[in-house]
Design a protein around this ligand. Structure first.
Ligand code: PGA
Length: 227
C-alpha cells in the first residue's frame, strides 16, 4: 500500500480528545496486561495522562518506551524524563525499570524494541509535520539516533523554556522506521495551528518532507483532532 487517505476524527474539545485516547490505552492494558506502549511528551498528551492516572489500571506488567528525549540533564525540570515522572510514572503502579527512554546507546534502545513490536504507539505532531523528533527530511527508514532540532521545533518548544536560546538543540529520537514497526498507532493533534499540517500529512503526498505522511503506509492508524 503506497498511499491512503487517513480519516481525521474531529472531537468536540480537548477533554474528549484526552478521554478518547485514554479509552484506547485502557482497552489495550485491560485486554493485554503485558503490553508494550510507546509514549509521547509535549503539551498534547498532558490531558491523556491525567485521564489515565484517574482510571484504575494495573500498570505492573506494562513496559513503556518514550519516543524521544532532549540531550540535556535528565533531572532538568523540562527534560522528558521529568515530564513523564510528573505527569504519569510517579502516579501509577508502573515499575521504574519498565519505563525506558532513548539514550546515547541507540543500538541498545533499538534492540529492546526490535523483535517484539510495540502494541500501541501514541504520537503527537509538530507544526512542521514531525513525529517524535523526526524533522522534515528524515528518512522513512530511520531508526533511533541523535538528531539536531529544526529551527521551527526550537521556536515552538521555547514556550516551555525561558527563551529560544535555552531550548536544547539536539535530541535522541526513535526513527520513523522504529515507529512504523508498532502494531497500532494513534496520533493526537490539538489546536488550529496543527490543522493545516495534519491535512497535508494525512491527505497529501507521502514524502520525507512531511514525516507524519509515512503513517498513510501503516494499516492500523487512528488520527484524532480537536481545535
Ligand atoms: P505539542 O508537541 O504536543 O507540545 O504540540 C507535539 C510535537 O511536537 O510532537
Amino acid at each position: 500500500m503506497e498511499w491512503r487517505i487517513l480519516e481525521i476524527k474531529v472531537l468536540k474539545d480537548y477533554e474528549e480528545l484526552s478521554s478518547f485516547v485514554a479509552n484506547i490505552v485502557e482497552t489495550q492494558i485491560k485486554e493485554q496486561p503485558i503490553s508494550r506502549l510507546i509514549l509521547p511528551t509535549g503539551s498534547t498528551p498532558v490531558g491523556l495522562y491525567k485521564e489515565l492516572v484517574n482510571r484504575e489500571l494495573d500498570w505492573s506488567a506494562v513496559m513503556t518506551y518514550n519516543l524521544d528525549v532532549y540531550i540535556m540533564n535528565p533531572s532538568h525540570p523540562q527534560s522528558y524524563q521529568t515530564f513523564m515522572k510528573e505527569n504519569l510514572f510517579d502516579k501509577i503502579n508502573i515499575y521504574p525499570s519498565n519505563c525506558q527512554f532513548p539514550d546515547r546507546n541507540v543500538q541498545s534502545y533499538e534492540q529492546r524494541l526490535k523483535g517484539i513490536p510495540a502494541d500501541l504507539c501514541i504520537l503527537g505532531i509538530g507544526t512542521n509535520g514531525h513525529i517524535a523528533f523526526n524533522e522534515p527530511g528524515s528518512s522513512f527508514d530511520s531508526r533511533t539516533r541523535v538528531v539536531h532540532l529544526d529551527e521551527q521545533t526550537i521556536k515552538d518548544n521555547s514556550r516551555f523554556f525561558g527563551s529560544v536560546d535555552d531550548v536544547p538543540t539536539q535530541a535522541i529520537t526513535m526513527g520513523l522506521g522504529t515507529i512504523m514497526d508498532s502494531k497500532k498507532i494513534v496520533l493526537m493533534a490539538n489546536g488550529v495551528n496543527k490543522l493545516n499540517i495534519l491535512n497535508v500529512a494525512m491527505n497529501g503526498e507521502v514524502t520525507e518532507d512531511v514525516p507524519a505522511s509515512i503513517l498513510q503506509r501503516h494499516d492500523n492508524v487512528e488520527v484524532f483532532y480537536c481545535d
